[in-house]
Design a protein around this ligand. Structure first.
Ligand code: AMP
Ligand code: FE
Ligand code: FE
Ligand code: ZN
Length: 275
């Protein structure tokens, strides 16, 4: 069994439609695919239609933008009901924050002589409800300012770079509660991806477990081997599910091929038994 529980489609910032993603997952030899677009379930229906009648099992998830202790945290919510009104309202507020930041980023780019319009971004973000910096990066590529998304982030869009603008994210403790109420299973995505253990150590993770956290995404390309071993030990101590995944974004992110990290079948079974 090859299980990849964290991927993105054009419903957020992946470059493949949900159907194309399902086709690519079959080609990559996966048996289970988690579709976890940022802050939206908009890709689920198309992915489910594409997976129907194939050997691929689709796991429905959302990667929710949250904040905890002053740091951004991405929470993977599996099997959650996105129509549960308080969760739907929280997601709408996050999506509004995504949209409302775009003009501010474009204004900063403009002040540095980089001309990208809101219409350019809309064109680049065709099919998504979760507009993000990757779509602005794509518009910068189209308009000839950078070669690819990576260069756009490195030189302009990352924190500390001239066009960076923060956006709203929901408080993690609130998101954990809402996901639980909506029947979902919460797993922290790449816990030490952007920040190391100083942002979220064992004590903090233990507190989150008391609030309903079910698992940690240990095997992720953003984690070097030592981080994976330490996170795996924390998960074992706290009896949390251990997942592994690609965080595939189609052609939008190098080094995240489908199935480059996978989840063990017994961990997957544990996760599903909690849903
Ligand atoms: P945003 O959702 O607007 O906050 O932008 C963050 C998203 O940008 C993440 O979900 C990543 O998928 C993507 N991202 C971050 N850094 C890079 C990079 N260097 N190359 C491509 N995509 C990136
Ligand atoms: Fe992304
Ligand atoms: Fe993420
Ligand atoms: Zn992701």
């Amino acid at each position: 069994m090859r299980i990849d529980l964290h991927t993105h489609s054009r419903a957020s910032d992946g470059t493949q439609t949900p159907s194309e993603l399902v086709g690519a997952a079959l080609e990559a030899g996966l048996d289970v695919l988690g579709l976890t677009d940022h802050d939206t379930a908009a890709g689920w229906a198309e992915a489910a239609r594409a997976a129907d009648g194939t050997r691929l099992t689709l796991v429905r998830g959302i990667e929710i933008s949250a904040r905890h202790g002053g740091h951004g945290v991405h929470l993977l919510a599996y099997g959650v009901d996105p129509a549960y009104p308080p969760l739907a309202a929280a997601l709408d507020k996050i999506l509004d924050g995504r949209s409302s930041r775009v003009p501010a980023i474009l204004e900063r780019l403009h002040s540095h002589g980089i001309e990208v319009t809101a219409a350019d971004v809309r064109r680049a973000a065709q099919g998504t409800t979760a507009t993000g910096r990757p779509h602005i990066a794509d518009a910068m590529v189209t308009n000839g300012y950078v070669a690819d998304r990576s260069q756009a982030f490195r030189e302009w869009l990352n924190p500390g770079m001239p066009a960076y603008v923060d956006r709203y994210a929901a408080a993690l403790v609130d998101v954990l509660r809402l996901v639980g109420e909506a029947g979902g299973v919460p797993v922290i995505a790449h816990p030490w991806g952007r920040h190391g253990p100083e942002a979220m150590g064992e004590q903090a993770i233990a507190e989150l477990k008391d609030l309903g956290l079910a698992g940690l995404e240990v095997d992720h390309e953003d984690h070097p081997p030592e981080a994976r071993e330490r996170l795996r030990a924390i998960a074992r101590d706290l009896d949390l599910v251990v997942t592994g995944s690609s965080d595939h974004h189609g052609a939008g992110k190098d080094g995240h091929a489908l199935g480059c990290n996978t989840t063990a079948p017994e961990e997957y079974e544990r996760l599903m038994s909690l849903a």
